[in-house]
Write a protein that binds this ligand. Structure first.
Ligand code: DX5
Ligand code: ZN
Length: 214
């Protein structure tokens, strides 16, 4: 079944604990945590203290999406703060192979992400080192943007490749996911849907998650 990973970027930070609990109680499979450094992307979100403060309050799997330059510098800090999986951008790493190996050596799941303009061929050699591939369906940096259909071809390509290469990475999509675009992504072969606005801005978060999962 398709997994749903609500992005706390769209939560109300003045009551973050309550918002996290609300999506956990609504059946979210994991929690998507967006970290932005104002360099790799033109926005700044938050850092490790936010993750550490919600970690004791939640049993969810923490899916940490690092939109930062040279993320290898900080992966052990993100592990300490409570990450279960760390996804890095291939465009942000000087040595993506070393970075993915270092994440796994810490005992965490590893993910690689590609921006809308980056082809799957750029990460082809890295796939055996990945537990997850995150296809961006918007330019990273902000919530609430419109889904870019170019993501669908990449999801299909990654689904075909994992069969051809006998790999078992999960495919995740992030940006502009709503009832309509979720269906397109699931049909293309996606396993995990990240959803910020469509879950946190809904009055009924359980219904919003159930709709995406269908
Ligand atoms: C964008 C982030 C996304 C964002 C998704 O850079 O990586 O996770 O929060 O937000 P929505 O679902 O509102 O497009
Ligand atoms: Zn994200």
């Amino acid at each position: 079944m398709t997994k749903i990973s609500p992005s706390i970027l769209a939560a109300d930070f003045s009551k973050l604990g309550e918002d996290v609990a609300s999506v956990e109680n609504a059946g979210a499979d994991m929690l998507h945590i967006d970290i932005m450094d104002g360099m790799f992307v033109p926005n700044i979100s938050f850092g490790m203290p936010i993750i550490s403060s919600i970690r004791p309050k939640s049993k969810m799997f923490f899916d940490v999406h690092l939109m930062i330059c040279e993320p290898i510098r900080y992966i052990s800090e993100f592990k300490k703060s409570g990450a279960d999986l760390i996804t890095v951008h291939v465009e942000a790493c000087e040595d993506p192979e070393k970075t993915l190996k270092a994440i796994r050596e810490l005992g965490l799941k590893s993910g690689i992400s590609i921006k809308p303009g980056t082809p799957v061929s750029d990460i082809r050699e890295l796939l055996p080192l990945c537990d997850l591939v995150l296809v961006m369906s918007v330019e990273p940096g902000f919530g609430g943007q419109k889904f870019m259909p170019i993501a669908l071809d990449k999801i299909k390509e990654l689904d075909t490749l994992r069969k051809e290469l006998s790999l078992s990475y999960e495919i995740e999509v992030d940006g502009g996911i709503n009832e309509e675009t979720a269906k397109l992504c699931v049909d293309a072969g996606v396993d995990i849907l990240v959803a910020g606005s469509s879950v946190f801005r809904s009055d009924d978060r359980k219904a919003a998650i159930d709709i995406l999962r269908k």
